[in-house]
Design a protein around this ligand. Sequence first.
Ligand SMILES: C[S@@+](CC[C@H](N)C(=O)[O-])C[C@H]1O[C@@H](n2cnc3c(N)ncnc32)[C@H](O)[C@@H]1O
Length: 272
Amino acid sequence: MTAAPSPTWDPGQYLRHARHRARPYADLLAQVGDLPGDPARIADLGCGPGNVTAHLAGRWPAARITGYDNSADMLARTEEYAGPTAGGGRLDFAHADLTDWTPAETYDLITSNAALQWVPGHLDALPGWLDALAPGGTLAFQMPHNTDAPLHVLLRELTGSPRWKGLVKDAPRAADSVHDPVVYLDRLESAGCRTNVWETTYMQLLTGKDPVLDWAKGTALRPVLTALADDPEAADAFLTAYRDLLREAYPARPYGTVLPFRRLFAVARKEA
Ligand SMILES: C[S@@+](CC[C@H](N)C(=O)[O-])C[C@H]1O[C@@H](n2cnc3c(N)ncnc32)[C@H](O)[C@@H]1O
């Protein structure tokens, strides 16, 4: 698996599509059963701006929850959610780089929503994270599994084209940054977990002008925008070229623009 360059994040842009981005986390948590600890200890890996991490306090109101992320911009945005929770628990956020995060305590639940696709080598980190679970604890993660979608294919083609390859060729996330679902299932079952792995393709209905470009500015385009940060003219030209390709691939319809989005889910429960 090829290492992707570390992008800078823009929480404001990312949160423009917060509803579509949060829904899979709710669908993931719906498959998580009872936790062994009471109150539970929970980690959310790659927590971003913290809005989805806060959902955990709704389900486990007494839990002590920590969201981890390596983006200072994202962590700054989590401040509004940090502190005591209504059920007597606590929600905190901390800096951690998942490429070398080693859990320093035991967790009842470790979650991750839409983050591991940015972490090269995440598959090999899973056994260590499972080791950090209490008996009967759960590891639950979701990530996009759609690097074969036009959104990503067109981005890789454009960045590899003669006009752009000198500036941003290796910027996009690699096509192999997420494995096939069976690879996760095999790794988790082989570690002795009871595993539930599935995929869902959401027919995301986006509105507004060039909404797929707007979506990509929050995620897939981050590495390209990071690479072109010091050259606004080039960034504008790139965005125009990519926008034109997206308009063709995802045509605007009278009711909006459909962005089909396939996501991979895994819930692994450690033996009690
Ligand atoms: C697409 S956002 C998802 C944020 C949040 N989980 C959500 O569902 O809204 C991906 C997040 O992963 C974080 N991330 C990417 N690579 C990381 C790493 N190596 N260590 C920690 N966080 C990382 C990014 O900073 C970003 O906040």
